[in-house]
Design a protein around this ligand. Structure first.
Ligand code: KIV
Length: 278
């Protein structure tokens, strides 16, 4: 299959559901691509699920570029989107453009994602003008979670839901090719999805969005520090890996590994020659 383009993602709206998963390294990105997932997000959730940090605000350009490069090395088909880390786009619109360019030019990503903040429209417009595809992100935006009163569902009353709809329409207007809706009531996600001509990608936003995204470590059971209500765990890889590691420990301790199958040999005559020469 050919590489998926931004135009393909836009074109699928209303025709079929879109799939997106996060990935932060080569082996998992390879599997996501092989599974035929449409979009891979190098999320700043890297901070929590890979680096053991408490907040997504704790990763910067250096870490995000490092992991984005590992992901793009693995991908043949999926559209790769890099999360712009905290403070890489909020300070000055030109910094935002320069940093967005690094994800495209240095890491080989296809697009960037920006979380909503006060000057989001102006910054998004500048990045789009520079020829870079931008995915928006509204609702629960973890980088500014303190301003939202914590990890809570957003848009639960008419007034705040109206604000979300206005943000969504404004982001479409300034050129976003798609929009993540995180932790919003299903009916609000439906209204936004129906009013936009670009695809919406939900996480904790119910079934009516154009597509869905999950953090891959949640999906595979590789992260258990907390599990939000919206997460569906498809397999408990932690348990499978733990069993394998215990088996390895036991095999080594009982001298069952390495066995003949996993060892290299040398001809007896060579050993004899060696011993005679010592
Ligand atoms: O960083 C991330 O994983 C995200 C998703 C939750 C959409 O932004």
């Amino acid at each position: 299959m050919a590489k998926i383009k931004v135009a393909d993602i836009k074109g699928y709206k209303g025709k079929r559901k879109l799939t997106m998963l996060t990935a932060y390294d080569y082996p998992l990105a390879k599997l996501v691509d092989k599974a035929g997932i449409d979009m891979v997000l190098v999320g700043d959730s890297l901070a929590n699920v890979v680096l053991g940090l408490n907040s997504t605000t704790e990763v910067g350009m250096v870490q995000m570029l490092h992991h984005a490069k590992a992901v793009t090395r693995a991908i043949e088909q999926a559209l790769v989107i890099a999360d712009m880390p905290f403070e890489s786009y909020q300070k000055h619109p030109q910094d935002a453009v320069d940093n967005a360019k690094r994800f495209i030019d240095e890491a080989g990503c296809d697009a960037v994602k920006l979380e909503w903040f006060e000057q989001c429209l102006q910054v998004t417009e500048k990045i789009v003008e520079a020829g870079i595809a931008v995915m928006g992100h509204i609702g629960l935006t973890p980088q500014t979670v303190d301003k939202l009163g914590g990890f809570k569902v957003q848009g639960k009353d008419a007034e705040s839901a109206k604000k979300l709809i206005q943000q969504a329409l404004a982001l479409e207007k300034v050129g976003c090719f798609s929009l993540v809706l995180e932790c919003v009531p299903d009916k609000i996600a439906q209204i936004i999805t129906e009013r936009l001509s670009i695809p919406t990608i939900g996480i904790g936003a119910g079934p009516y969005t154009d597509g869905q995204v999950l953090v891959i470590h949640d999906c595979l059971g590789l992260f258990d520090r907390y599990r939000p209500k919206f997460v569906k765990q498809y397999v408990n890889l932690s348990a499978i890996i733990l069993d394998a590691l215990k088996q390895y420990k036991q095999d080594v301790e009982k001298s069952l590994f390495p066995d003949k199958e996993h060892s290299f040999t040398i001809k007896e005559e060579e050993i004899k020659k060696l011993l005679d020469s010592l």
